[in-house]
Design a protein around this ligand. Structure first.
Ligand code: NDP
Length: 286
């Protein structure tokens, strides 16, 4: 095998977008306009950055979009009323609520309010359960799905392979582990209490890093010829964007490796668009 192939997100995002454009055209010919509504509380810079990317992607795909911007000090009661309005809006097929939400809003209550059928980024416990059940009518979160889209696009065979995931968060580590399992990988999930983390990771055919520690994963974690997927988005000491993987040290050991930036992060908005179209089809029975 060729070593150190850099597998970028853009070709994956472009391919997904291309197929969505056709899908959206077909749906529109039936008089239905797929639409994403983003619900944002406050104006967190990273939310705004993601929002810009998401809106641009929807535009490319021909998907309608709206942003419901709410004051950062909105009460729980008012927020719930606004979210219910979006739930009930017949023209909205997908809803994205930015998280984490401000501390005074109780996500553990709100997550039960968002309509599971419109919950394109896996906020609702119904969708969390569906990921675990392997029920494909649900919506796994965008980032883990982006990881799977990349592996699929670059023909990474998962069946029977050992996948090691570093991280067990509800947004990345756990769901990506379930999706890998569904593809018949043998999955090991690591976390902060894992003993001999480098040793466990060296057993991986496919290594997924979702730790949130700048360049923590170095060449001592990587088996020769492993596929390395870096989900991390971190700032290093010099304020440079970097992943959880020390790319320079690992690229020569891996068979394929995703870069940061231009890797997993660039596929997430395409996944979101795909989920909006899927929601639109399910809601309209088409
Ligand atoms: P969390 O902080 O919620 O979870 C981090 C996980 O890593 C936890 O399970 C934690 O273990 C584990 N961990 C932390 N330190 C260590 C360590 N030293 N050794 C082993 N395991 C460790 O982060 P997220 O899952 O939300 O995000 C992970 C990364 O992915 C971040 O860099 C984030 O910015 C990025 N991200 C990227 C996205 C994208 O679109 N590309 C989207 C979302 C996130 P424990 O459970 O024991 O505490």
């Amino acid at each position: 095998t060729k070593m150190g192939e850099i597998i970028k997100g853009k070709p994956v995002a472009d391919a997904i977008t291309e197929s969505i454009i056709n899908d959206v055209e077909e749906i529109k010919s039936k008089g239905i306009n797929p639409k994403l509504t983003i619900v944002r509380v406050g104006a967190d810079p990273s939310d705004l950055a993601y929002e810009r990317g998401a809106l641009k992607r929807m535009e490319k795909c021909g998907i309608e979009k709206e942003v419901v911007e709410l004051p950062v000090d909105i009460s729980q009661e008012d927020f719930i009323r606004e979210l219910k309005k979006v739930n009930e809006d017949e023209n909205t097929h997908g809803i994205l609520v930015f998280r984490p939400m401000p501390k005074h809003l109780d996500e553990d209550v709100i997550k039960y309010i968002i309509s599971p059928e419109k919950d394109v980024d896996c906020f609702s416990p119904v969708n969390v359960a569906k990921v675990t059940e392997g029920d494909e009518t649900g919506f796994p979160p965008a980032t883990p799905t982006a990881v799977m889209e990349i592996l699929k696009h670059y023909d990474v065979d998962l069946k029977g392979k050992h996948a090691v995931v570093i991280g067990r968060s509800l947004v990345v580590g756990k769901p990506v582990s379930m999706l890998l399992l569904k593809e018949n990988a043998t999955v090991t999930i690591c976390h902060s209490r894992t003993q001999d983390l480098p040793g466990v990771c060296r057993a991986a055919d496919v290594l997924v890093a979702a730790v949130g520690r700048a360049r923590m994963v170095d060449d001592t974690y990587v088996k020769d010829g492993a596929v390395v997927v870096d989900v991390g988005i971190n700032m290093d000491e010099d304020n440079n964007l970097c992943g959880d993987v020390d790319f320079d040290k690992c690229v020569g050991k891996s068979s394929m490796i995703t870069p940061v930036p231009a890797g997993v992060g660039s596929v997430t908005t395409s996944v979101l668009a795909k989920h909006v179209v899927k929601a639109c089809r399910i809601l309209n029975n088409i």
